[in-house]
Design a protein around this ligand. Structure first.
Ligand code: KIV
Ligand code: ZN
Length: 385
């Protein structure tokens, strides 16, 4: 089985979430937890963007002993120099160099011709290679780039020495069929890529970041970029925990392995949520509060008989203590009886029938019936008796 490398950019692209600002201590804490999670590479920041980012990248480079630490740089030599300085203490340093290649970015943002962009890629990848053994190049806005020009940009970067090609769906514009085809096109047509790794980097503007990343993997990508809880610019980035679980749960389909320690998933998500101040929606896949909660009577009955009926992920696999069967108006007798037993009540059939009727009447009026409600219900029933 082929191994898929995980590249986390929570501390760089994730920090671009409006309102999020990690201090150096928080960044080091997150980086250490990412290392516990088994991440292969951590993009620690953009060293030339601020003194704070420089110091955070340096501190992470010092703190991590097993994981590759990456710094971001534009095709601008002072960025490369500053990243080199910040990463000088890293055991495994890596540079992430990017330049936009779509017509709209080249014309309006960069004000450069396509020829100038190719020349800048060649010049800066070549320069970066004098300082870094491993250089990753990203043609920003790749999915809105004319295909032949994207190939020319990627070939230029590879010829100049880039060994990781990241293909950003910068504005979350692509879809799985198209994005997968872009990887196939680049891998089929690019020359001298025996030692080159291709990688997806997706944004979630149309809600397809995870699906797009998996499509890239199906089409030859061997590394995936994203963030924890999917935080990031606008609608965010690919949620890496989703990709990790998709690859694990559907190993039969994808046939790939990862270094991710799945049992650390919830702890990692909780830490990022706490330090970023961005709460995880209850219905979020893998790590949302409802991800292992079963409300309807039919589902609760199935789960009590065999959890596999409605659970494709055992909660403990990702570090969640247990599933839950919240009691509400759709809950059935099986879940109710089982909860009563858990609470220590031993009721006769007749008492249970009566209690269940009262519970259903109460549940019709409330969003959720709590343990206190159940105690009150039984207390009322005993006093009536
Ligand atoms: O989304 C993007 O294009 C980026 C690049 C810097 C890789 O984050
Ligand atoms: Zn991005």
């Amino acid at each position: 089985m082929m191994k898929i490398q995980f590249f986390d950019t929570t501390l760089r692209d994730g920090e671009q979430t409006p309102g999020v600002n990690f201090n150096t201590k928080e960044k080091v804490r997150i980086a250490q937890q990412l290392e516990n999670w088994g991440i292969d590479a951590i993009e620690a920041g953009f060293p030339n963007s601020s003194i704070g980012d420089f110091e955070a990248v340096q501190a992470i480079a010092k703190a991590l002993k097993k994981t590759t630490v990456v710094g971001l740089a534009r095709c601008y030599k002072p960025d490369i120099d500053r990243a080199y300085e910040a990463l000088s203490v890293a055991k495994f340093p890596q540079l992430h160099l990017f330049l936009a290649t779509s017509d709209i970015h080249m014309e309006f943002k960069l004000k450069k011709t396509p020829e100038e962009v190719l020349a800048a890629i060649k010049e800066h990848v070549t320069y970066a290679k004098t300082k870094f053994e491993v250089v990753q190049f990203s043609p920003e806005d790749a999915t809105r780039t004319r295909r032949e020009f994207l190939l020319a940009a990627v070939q230029t970067a590879v010829d100049a020495g880039a060994t990781i090609i990241n293909v950003p769906d910068t504005v979350g514009y692509s879809n799985p069929t198209e994005y997968g085809a872009i990887f196939k096109y680049l891998i089929d047509n690019c020359q001298n890529i025996e030692n080159v790794i291709f990688s997806p980097h997706c944004h979630d503007d149309l809600g397809m970041a995870t699906a797009n990343s998996l499509a890239a993997i199906e089409n030859g990508a061997r590394r995936v970029e994203g963030t924890i809880n999917g935080i990031g610019e606008r609608a965010g980035n690919t949620a890496l925990e989703e990709v990790a679980l998709a690859l694990h749960v559907r190993k039969d389909f994808y046939q790939h392995e990862t270094n991710i320690v799945l049992a650390e998933t919830k702890r990692t998500s909780d830490l990022v949520s706490q330090l970023s101040g961005v709460s995880v929606p209850r219905n979020k896949a893998i790590i949302g509060a409802n991800a292992y909660a079963h409300e309807s009577g039919i589902h609760q009955d199935g789960v009590l008989k065999n959890p596999d009926t409605y659970e494709i992920i055992t909660p403990s696999l990702v570090g969640v203590a247990t599933n839950s069967l919240p009691l509400g108006k759709l809950s059935g007798r099986h879940a109710f009886t089982s909860r009563m037993e858990e609470l220590g009540y031993q009721l006769s059939d007749e008492e249970m029938n009566l209690a269940f009727k009262k519970f259903k009447a109460l549940a019709d009026k409330k969003k959720q019936v709590t343990e206190n409600d159940l105690h009150a219900l039984i207390a009322g029933q005993s006093s009536e008796g």
